[in-house]
Design a protein around this ligand. Structure first.
Ligand SMILES: CC(C)(COP(=O)(O)OP(=O)(O)OC[C@H]1O[C@@H](n2cnc3c(N)ncnc32)[C@H](O)[C@@H]1OP(=O)(O)O)[C@@H](O)C(=O)NCCC(=O)NCCS
Length: 200
């Protein structure tokens, strides 16, 4: 994995990478990834997602965007949404973990998730949440990384390539400091948090 580097993108960096990010998301959806979109899903649709739903948060500093590069190409990406409501300054949400179909099973998703957790820790986030299609490979990855399943909602979303509905598993991980005085791992109380505007 010497050829893989993980990098955090700021808004200009993300703008420069937009064609690569659009291609990555489109490739994942076309390959059947359950990441909010349904087919047909064009490169323009994909670019619009990054431009309108990701870049504003990256520019505002409320959304952390990481990419995995291999040979100067974007092979994967993941985001951490920190712009949560005022009563959740200790929480952050993982979204859009994507690895290009040509680059899978090389440990890239694992590297991205570890780097994202470091970003969460640096922002004093002690609770990370996410959701994933029930039964997907990603669910196994998250479980391996210590995420616990909170529950399954059946019939949550459509598969990208048809009308079939799939369930979603909500998962969480406590990453609070382990030293005395830190949040109890069974009872995540709000840790110190950078002020963040609420987004929804
Ligand atoms: C899920 C996804 C991100 C995994 O990326 P990846 O770089 O191939 O994953 P890694 O190589 O880091 O694998 C990590 C672990 O995930 C699990 N896993 C990943 N792909 C798997 C597969 N095809 N079969 C079985 N287990 C798999 C394994 O536990 C694996 O650990 P191991 O290699 O030690 O057995 C990638 O398949 C993807 O982009 N899928 C489409 C988008 C998606 O569903 N994203 C998740 C949204 S919540």
């Amino acid at each position: 994995m010497a050829d893989i580097t993980i990098e955090r993108l700021d808004a200009p960096g993300a703008t420069d990478c937009l064609p690569d990010l659009a291609a990555l998301l489109r490739a994942c959806v076309t390959a059947g990834g359950a990441v909010s979109f349904v087919l047909p899903f064009s490169l323009e649709d994909s670019a619009a997602f990054w431009r309108h739903q990701v870049l504003p948060g990256v520019a505002a500093g409320t959304r952390i965007l990481l990419v995995a590069r291999t040979h100067d190409r974007v092979a994967g990406s993941v985001q951490l949404e920190c712009g949560l409501p005022p009563n959740q300054p200790h929480r952050a949400e993982v979204t859009k973990l994507l690895v290009h179909p040509d680059d899978r099973r090389r440990g890239i998703a694992r590297l991205l998730m570890r780097a994202l957790e470091q970003q969460a820790q640096q922002r004093h986030r002690s609770l990370i949440t996410l959701d994933t299609r029930t039964g997907d490979h990603a669910e196994r990855l998250y479980a391996d990384l210590g995420y616990r399943a909170a529950g399954v909602i059946p019939g949550f979303a459509r598969d990208p390539d048809g009308d079939r509905l799939h369930g979603t598993t909500y998962m969480y991980k406590l990453i609070g400091p382990s030293e005395p005085g830190g949040p109890a791992r069974d009872d995540p109380s709000p840790g110190r948090a950078d002020p963040q505007p609420a987004s929804g």
